[in-house]
Design a binder for this molecule. Structure first.
Ligand SMILES: [Zn+2]
Ligand SMILES: [Zn+2]
Length: 118
């Protein structure tokens, strides 16, 4: 596993609604909860198994603001083996399994954004 897809720490701040992941290459990703939910990789959010992909739908990066709704409020998170994390949302949704590759690809920072647009 490369350092860039190996998280050292994960924390969810329920006051600022920001998920922070520090990666093995020292990169720090800060995701608004709304972005995490919007990018949910599960089959039902993606509109069927045939639409599931290893990377986030690029459309999620066109959003800059996220409404404060039950579906964008994170209730908790749980590790899935050593390869992924699952989030539970206030609306009860909890079927999205976010692996490290996917989360790193979801990083909304300027640096990662510029790399994606290349
Ligand atoms: Zn989902
Ligand atoms: Zn980044």
């Amino acid at each position: 596993m490369s350092d860039s897809e190996n998280p050292i720490s994960i924390s969810a701040n329920r006051e600022t609604h920001v998920l922070t992941i520090t990666w093995g290459d020292q990169h720090v990703s800060r995701y608004p909860f709304g972005l995490v939910r919007l990018g949910c990789p599960c089959a039902s959010c993606r509109g069927g198994h045939e639409n599931m992909r290893a990377d986030p739908d690029p459309i999620v990066f066109t959003y800059t603001e996220f409404p404060d709704l039950p579906e964008t409020r994170m209730r908790g998170l749980e590790g899935v083996g050593s390869y992924a994390v699952m989030f539970e949302w206030e609306d009860g949704h909890h079927t999205g399994i976010y692996n490290w590759h996917f989360l790193r690809a979801l990083c909304p920072c300027e640096e990662c954004r510029a790399k994606r647009e290349k």
